[in-house]
Ligand binder design. Structure first.
Ligand SMILES: [Zn+2]
Length: 702
């Protein structure tokens, strides 16, 4: 069957990695739809088996960016109306009269200029774009002369997909045009030819040095993705290649032990190490990635246990691999994310690839569920797994409270619905998978731990754990950080280890998780000390940034008398709508103390609500002034009044305060509310850590 040529596409890196995934998916689907059939049990001496089977020829150039003809690139720029406006600017960057210079050290104090006269500049922001523009007309010409198949490229990574004879003609034509028009030399040893199906394909017309010609390849790489075919030895080779890659990527995890600070170790584990397998989890079938994902997760869990000074339980590991906004430590589990990520990758690209290459991929979305092609089987299996997360979330059979960041109208499209575009699939599906995992972790938790998880899952509550620590912002003492994280994960607290199992001077048994120490009457004074003051300091800064006239009443020699019973921490002079003062009282509260626990394990924010009520009662009637109890739960959840005050400050900062500026920005927070949430969460986590250290010595030495 002869198919009309499909247009090649130019895939620019600036359009995002999504297109790189589309390239890989398009090639896999096209090859699997045009496989080489099995020769049967008694193969005859067929000199040209499977002439219709498609091959994918990967083309690689020697020194692409440095060799591509600069005049050809600029001719292409002028010939492309969408980009021609860039010509005056870019021709200045690439000036003929005064070319950019590199300097080379030619030996002992001998230096010379190397003029940039060909190719695109090293490190130039427009480099890949210009090189793509130069290559595009040639790819179009080659594709236009193909009677079937298609050409795709990601910058210089060119794939010709067609029946072997057609692909060969296109390959020869591409080589010739690239050499004569762009000055590019194709390098066969760096390219490859592969196909799908159990049978052989005659590829003897290709250069013998092109990998795949002399003997069929077991594994190849397309835009970084490992690809193979359905033969068992190929499946094994693809798995092994990925395993080797992840072992290489895991080198960073092993080196984390060199760093003293557990906070920096875990930040690196979260932001650098745990994100590394993501690209392969998205692009490769979960059946191929499951083994190495399991292996990689085990390495991360070891490193986390090491940083936390205690082995993680299965439950603690699952909680640490929830995003920070879900009350976790934000570490990405390769295994737990692979099904959702893989299905989302297809959901985001299916519409585009069948629209771009309708002849190459003649498969309707409605036929995906019944297709036996490996890619369709894998995406349907990934869908079933993701869909079961959706069911767990929407059924919520135990009627647990949901975290505030759970999606309000969750949905996962079925494979037959993929004829539509789902550009936000990664984000949406991940939210569903995380919510279902959150429910599972919550369901398995003890009541005390449930109360903590609810508190940590409040808006902004866990921002301390996503802060990038630096000496001037966010860095915590190692023991404080570890204590806060251990308390969150319900691991025995290292800071209070000498007391575990002993009897407190109040007569109660001291548990290893800190529940008793947080509610013991003998430690009450610690709650109004450094922990309280750290939060008060942040509230004061918030108020000042918001342009309030702040009086720090707790520090004044003669305290103002607003209430016969109590002195506020801060008062905002004439800030109330009626001209009265706003009296702010900061208070921290534990969600696991006896009276609060039963409700706090079921209702988010109820401990803070109770603390607010207590404060209001203490103050009594202070008319014409107004009391704002600023309650912070130990897990970081803010009370209603505290959150309302934060939002009030944010509004004023936007409206008329120039004082909050870039100086307050850091690597991990932007904007006033992020900054405020993060500072409060950090002050709270530091305070909690400090509390347990002091409580331990207080009980021990009394
Ligand atoms: Zn006690």
């Amino acid at each position: 069957m002869l198919l009309p040529p499909s247009l090649p596409v130019l895939l620019l890196p600036s359009w995002g990695l999504g297109l790189r995934e589309e390239l890989g998916h398009a090639v896999s689907a096209a090859l699997q739809l045009h496989p080489a059939s099995d020769p049967g049990p008694y193969p005859g001496p067929d000199p040209n088996p499977n002439p219709d089977a498609w091959v994918c020829v990967s083309v690689d150039y020697t020194n692409f960016f440095n060799s591509i003809s600069r005049p050809a690139v600029f001719r292409a720029l002028l010939n492309t109306p969408q980009f021609a406006d860039l010509y005056p600017f870019l021709s200045m960057l690439y000036s003929k009269a005064s070319p950019a210079k590199l300097w080379a050290d030619l030996g002992v104090q001998m230096w010379d200029d190397i003029l940039s006269q060909e190719g695109v500049h090293q490190g130039c922001t427009f480099g890949s774009f210009l090189a793509c523009l130069g290559l595009q007309p040639i790819l179009e010409e080659v594709a236009a002369n193909m009677e079937s198949g298609f050409v795709v490229a990601y910058v210089d990574d060119v794939k010709i997909n067609a029946p072997a004879p057609v692909a060969h003609a296109a390959y020869m034509s591409l080589r010739e045009l690239s050499r004569t028009l762009l000055g590019l030399e194709e390098e066969p040893t760096k390219g490859s030819v592969i196909w799908e199906g159990p049978g052989d394909v005659d590829v003897s017309m290709f250069p013998p040095t092109l990998p795949g010609v002399a003997s069929r390849l077991l594994v190849d790489k397309h835009a970084g993705v490992y690809v193979g075919d359905a033969r068992p030895e190929s499946v094994a080779a693809v798995k092994a290649a990925l395993q080797t890659k992840l072992e290489d990527k895991a080198g960073l995890i092993a080196r984390l032990a060199l760093i003293d600070s557990p906070q920096i170790r875990i930040a690196l584990l979260r932001a650098c190490a745990s994100a590394r397998p993501g690209f392969w989890m998205r692009t490769m079938s979960p059946s191929l990635t499951v083994d190495s994902a399991t292996w990689y997760d085990a390495r991360m869990r070891e490193a986390l246990s090491d940083a936390m000074l205690t082995p993680l339980t299965d439950h603690a590991w699952r909680l640490s691999t929830l995003p920070c906004r879900f009350g976790g430590l934000g570490i990405t589990s390769a295994l737990a994310s692979s099904d959702g990520a893989h299905y989302a990758s297809w959901a985001a690209s299916w519409h585009n690839i069948v629209t771009m290459f309708p002849q190459a991929i003649p498969l309707a979305a409605v036929d995906l569920p019944i297709s036996t092609l490996p890619f369709a089987v894998a995406l349907c299996s990934a869908h079933r797994s993701t869909d079961s997360s959706l069911t767990a979330l929407t059924d919520n059979i135990n009627q647990h409270p949901l975290p505030s960041c759970a999606p309000s109208n969750p949905s996962i499209p079925s494979p037959s619905e993929l004829s539509q575009r789902f550009p936000r699939a990664q984000k949406c599906f991940a939210a569903v998978v995380h919510s279902a995992r959150w429910l599972d972790v919550f369901d398995q938790a003890t009541p005390a731990h449930r109360a903590l998880i609810l508190s940590h899952s409040h808006q902004g509550a866990n921002f301390a754990f996503s802060a990038v620590p630096s000496s001037h912002h966010g860095a915590m003492l190692p023991i404080s950080y570890v204590t806060a994280a251990q308390r969150l994960l319900r691991l025995p607290l290292t800071a209070t280890a000498p007391l575990h199992g002993s009897t407190c001077k109040c007569g109660a048994r001291i548990d290893s998780y800190g529940d008793h120490l947080l509610s013991c009457i003998h430690c009450l004074h610690l709650r109004t000390g450094a922990w309280h003051d750290a939060i008060q300091h942040v509230v004061m800064r918030m108020a000042r940034f918001a342009g309030f006239n702040v009086s720090v009443d707790s520090r004044r020699l003669i305290a103002p008398v607003y209430s016969p019973h109590h002195i506020p921490d801060l008062s905002l002079i004439h800030a109330a709508p009626n001209g009265g003062h706003v009296l702010i009282d900061v208070t921290t509260t534990s969600v696991t103390k006896g009276t609060a626990l039963p409700a706090a394990a079921q209702i988010p924010g109820v401990a803070a609500q109770g603390a607010e009520a207590v404060k209001r009662r203490v103050y009594g009637n202070v008319t014409p002034h107004r009391v704002v109890p600023f309650a912070v739960e130990e897990g970081g959840a803010l009370g209603k009044e505290a959150l309302g005050f934060l939002l009030w400050c944010r509004k004023r900062v936007r409206a008329d305060s120039p004082s909050f500026d870039l100086a307050e920005m850091n690597w991990s927070s932007r904007g006033f509310s992020n900054w405020a949430f993060q500072c409060l969460s950090l002050a709270n986590a530091k305070g909690l850590g400090h509390y347990f250290t002091s409580a331990c010595s207080c009980i021990q030495h009394s």
